[in-house]
Design a protein around this ligand. Structure first.
Ligand code: DER
Length: 236
């Protein structure tokens, strides 16, 4: 099975938890895309009714509009029944790294307002510790971003951290990546385990200039993992 087929299997499994009348957080990324497609399909088949979608990015908003899913936002629906979204990493305590697609702020706002948060991944996302497979993104304000980048890097000197500003297309055209919220992303690359994640999270958020980071701690209620040998469901 291809990675995308595994993503689709996890996504479809998660959508089995969607009930008519729900307010749904609609995730962002190639795995969540399958879940949004599936929700639209069930709506059009009449198997789901009265769904309201809260998109976690402009990209998902566009996808949902094109599929005819009724949409709203957190101002109108401050409590979300269920959110379904992908992740870049899942550790053994169901802590996540998200944001390599750049949508972490809106995702975290919506997913921390929901009663249930189902994470959908293929087995390649399972890691021994946060940062093991790549970047841990931090959304920062553009004002003096280099100052913030340097402070982030120093914060995690002990873990051999390298902090890099994110560019579009890997930086070929020198164009800085800008989030839906008109901020920048500094990606943190760790050579070693950062240790206690709550301590790391608090330290990052205390830096003026940081908006939010991509560690989603103690937020997932269920993680659905699709692998070659089948589906594994991990509950909090
Ligand atoms: O950017 C994000 O947070 C996405 O949800 C990401 O974490 C998962 O993207 P993928 O499903 O395309 O791997």
């Amino acid at each position: 099975l291809s990675q995308d087929e595994l993503k689709k299997i996890a996504a479809y499994k998660a959508v089995e938890s969607v009930q008519s009348g729900m307010v749904l957080g609609l995730g962002t990324g190639s795995t969540a895309k399958h879940a949004v497609d599936r929700i639209a399909e069930l709506l059009h088949q009449g198997k789901l009714k009265n769904i309201i979608g809260i998109p976690t990015s402009k990209k998902t908003h566009q996808q949902a509009v094109s599929l005819g899913i009724p949409l709203s936002d957190l101002d109108s629906h401050p409590v979300v029944d269920l959110a379904i979204d992908g992740a870049d990493e899942v550790d053994s305590n169901l802590n996540l790294v998200k944001g390599r697609g750049g949508s972490l702020l809106r995702e975290k706002m919506i997913e921390s307002a929901c009663k249930k948060f189902i994470v959908i991944v293929d087995e390649s996302k399972l890691v021994a510790h946060v940062g093991a497979s790549g970047a841990m993104p931090v959304e920062v304000v553009p004002f003096c971003w280099k100052f913030t980048q340097n402070r982030l890097q120093s914060l995690f000197d002990y873990a051999g951290c390298v902090a890099k500003l994110r560019f579009n297309n890997g930086g070929e055209d020198g164009e800085i990546f800008v989030t839906d919220n008109r901020n920048y992303i500094v990606d943190l690359f760790f050579k070693k385990d950062v240790g206690d994640l709550k301590t790391a999270s608090d330290a990052i958020l205390r830096l003026a200039g940081v908006v939010e980071h991509g560690m989603f701690l103690d937020m997932a209620t269920t993680v659905i993992v699709a692998g070659e040998l089948g589906i594994t469901i991990k509950n909090k």
